[in-house]
Design a protein around this ligand. Structure first.
Ligand code: MN
Length: 239
């Protein structure tokens, strides 16, 4: 049987004076460990999304820059950080093509924001200046350290994958999902109410799961390994 091919969206930054694709290797390692073949997707014109989706069994939307609020019809908040509209538009197209072809999407950190925006949702542009009494979501601890807890809704695929009502996760985001896109539900929240995971209301129809934390950075973690394993399983079913 052909191995499961997972396209992982990357960022582009200037390196040695040239625009270059970058992706933390931990994403590739997590997919390899789960039995898939990781393929790094360079930021490209929107029409490339259709071609990538036709050769990938699943897509990971990775972390990175803030999303240009233009994509969800808002003006920039003063605390908005660096954005890259070309990347946003390419990844939004990936989500739209994945929807058409029922390709599973695991959306991580910024990726979860992309998933929500691509389907018609909005974001909180800066948690600390908008949400009173919020906890720390941009941890100073190293990335394998779980720094805050999230409560998981029982009625979710995430709950059946992790088998836990609460889990401790790492946290590297100053933005969050605000209004949910149609067809998407919240499956986990931090204790300050910030949305920490989302998924499609109908996972049978199209497996779309977003987590606000970085499971690929959490080292040898049984629950996070299960998350990647279940993602690969869903991708295999669609092959
Ligand atoms: Mn968080």
């Amino acid at each position: 049987m052909k191995k499961t091919v997972i396209g992982i969206a990357s960022s582009s930054v200037k390196y040695n004076g040239q625009e270059s694709s970058i992706l933390p290797i931990s994403y590739c390692e997590a997919i390899t460990k789960a039995g898939g073949i990781p393929v790094i997707l360079a930021v490209a014109k929107q029409e490339m999304a259709e071609h990538w989706i036709s050769i990938c069994d699943g897509i990971i939307l990775s972390g990175g820059e803030d999303i240009d609020p233009f994509s969800y019809h808002e003006e920039p908040h003063p605390k908005l950080e660096k954005t890259k509209l070309e990347r946003d538009q390419f990844e939004i197209s990936l989500v739209q093509e994945a929807r058409k072809k029922k390709v599973p999407v695991l959306a991580i950190c910024r990726g979860m924001h992309v998933l929500n925006v691509a389907l018609g949702g909005t974001l909180l542009q800066d948690i600390e200046s908008i949400v009173p009494n919020c906890i720390q979501h941009t941890q100073k601890a190293s990335s394998e350290t779980a720094s805050h807890s999230v409560k998981i809704n029982k009625n979710s695929l995430l709950f059946s994958i992790l088998g836990l009502h609460a889990v401790r996760v790492n946290s590297f985001h100053h933005q969050a999902v605000n209004n949910l896109a149609p067809g998407i539900k919240v499956t986990a929240r931090a204790f300050d109410g910030i949305i920490e995971a989302i998924e499609a209301m109908n996972m049978e129809e199209n497996w779309l799961l977003g987590v606000q934390w970085h499971p690929e950075e959490m080292g040898d973690n049984f629950q996070m390994d299960r998350l990647f394993a279940e993602f690969i399983k869903a991708c295999n079913q669609g092959k």
